[in-house]
Write a protein that binds this ligand. Sequence first.
Ligand SMILES: [Zn+2]
Length: 143
Amino acid sequence: MSLSERPRPEPDRDSAPWWEAVRRHELIVQRCDGCAALRFPARSVCNRCRSRNWTWVPASGTGRVYSWIITHQVFLKGLADEVPFLVLLVRLDDGDDLLMYGGLVGAGADVLRPGLPVEAVFTDVPGEDGTTLVQWKPRDLVS
Ligand SMILES: [Zn+2]
């Protein structure tokens, strides 16, 4: 199966601006207008001060591997040909509460360890709807 036949992300009310930014190869997070806390994933209410106002701000694009999973089961038919595949959970350098998922590029699972520095890489998926995915590359390997 080619990358273009994979299931696509389904942006919702809160995440749509994030996906639009990713399409422009920009990594952003929400900053609360009430208390300045950064947050991700996107949500409409700050869990610190309950403010419903926020601004999207650029993230550094760097983080550290928090955890990962290698999926051997076929949970989605559209990804049947991809198993086993690896999904990283990355803690952004911008804040401890900012966790993003994504694939690993530029290296194999053998390099993974908790705390490994990684950098966001934007992968444009072939197709008409212009989906872009955030993946993560070990920072030592970023040229
Ligand atoms: Zn707040």
